[in-house]
Structures are given as C-alpha cells and as structure tokens.
Design a binder for this molecule. Structure first.
Ligand code: ADP
Length: 169
C-alpha cells in the first residue's frame, strides 16, 4: 500500500460531496447527532440511523461503515467515526483523533472506496481545539498507508478552511 495521492481542502457542506464515501463525526450510538452528523443523517434519510443502530455502538477512535442510502450518487458509503470529547488534552484526545482518521481510511480500504470526504472531526460540539485538530488530521492522513487516492477535507467555516490549508502547504 502507498499513501494518499492527493489531499485537498474545500469549503462547503459535506452532504454535497461527490466521492465514494463520506465520513461523519458520529456519537457512539451511531443513531445520529448534531452538527455534521445531523446534516448527513438528514440527507441520507432514516435508514441511516437504523443501519447505524445495527452496526453500533462505536468506541471513540474507531470507525464503522453503513450504506449511504438517500445521499446522491456517487456516494455509496457513510463511514461513522467517533471523535474524542475534548477534556483538556491529557486524556489521550490526540491519539483518539488520529485513530479516527486512520480507522476511517482502513474502513474505506475494506469498502474499496478510493475517494473520501472528511469533516473536521471533533472540532464542533466535541470541543477539540481546531488548530491542533487540523495538524493531527493532515499529519495522520499523509502518513497512513491506504489504497484511497483522493481525500477532500471539507471545512464548513472559514477558520477551519484556513487552518487546514495552512497545514497542507
Ligand atoms: P463533533 O461532535 O465531532 O465535534 P460537529 O459536527 O459538532 O462534530 O463538528 C465537526 C465539524 O463539522 C465542525 O467544524 C462543524 O462546523 C462541521 N460541520 C457542521 N456541519 C457540517 C456540514 N454539513 N458539512 C461539513 N462540515 C460540517
């Protein structure tokens, strides 16, 4: 295996991404939550929560797949990963966040997904400092062996976009 060929940052709504798989920042139940997870569940329809309930629960740092249901093609898979709740940084939060990115790539490989869109995992309701999260996201995605060729880091706000773009330079 090699590493990802291309990583880019884009500004927008991850539910509009045209990729093989979208990653959602889920909570452990995989039944749907707020933020990006709420948006993905709304777009994928109620079968996503039913499928999440069957495969879950999911531990922080792990990732699990379901079909993408009503998300528009070419999206075929949702990869649900559970970030760390930020508790100050002394509780393994960095490692858990890196594990989210690594495990999501491993699940993408199991699915045969070559193009994957990621949100800024854990930087919303879970409170992970965005600059530190951007550094971990880019460093982990750059160094993890995978068959995924193309990653789109989807930033929902300007600050996240700028932080990710700076890490990619
Ligand atoms: P967590 O609970 O892991 O912190 P959140 O969904 O609260 O997850 O936030 C993670 C990131 O996703 C934040 O940067 C938030 O602004 C962003 N986000 C929220 N909605 C969307 C969306 N529709 N597309 C892409 N990113 C989104």
């Amino acid at each position: 295996m090699r590493t990802v060929v291309r990583i880019e940052v884009v500004h927008g709504d991850i539910t509009a991404e045209q990729v093989d798989a979208v990653v959602t920042a889920a909570n452990e139940s995989l039944l749907g939550g707020g933020g990006v997870d709420g948006a993905i569940h709304r777009a994928a329809g109620p079968r996503l929560a039913q499928a999440g309930g069957r495969v879950g629960p999911c531990e922080p740092g792990d990732a699990m797949a379901t079909p993408a249901f009503d998300l528009d093609p070419p999206v075929r898979h949702v990869i649900h990963t559970v970030g760390p709740v930020w508790e100050g940084g002394d509780y393994g939060e960095d490692d858990t966040l890196a594990s989210c990115y690594r495990r999501s790539l491993a699940v993408a490989d199991e699915l045969g997904a070559r193009t994957v869109a990621f949100p800024a995992i854990a930087t919303g309701l879970y409170g992970f400092p965005p600059e530190r999260a951007a550094r971990i996201a880019v460093a982990t995605l750059r160094t993890t062996p995978t068959e995924v060729t193309h990653i789109r880091l989807v930033a929902f706000d300007r600050e996240t976009y700028d932080l990710l773009a700076a890490e990619l330079r």
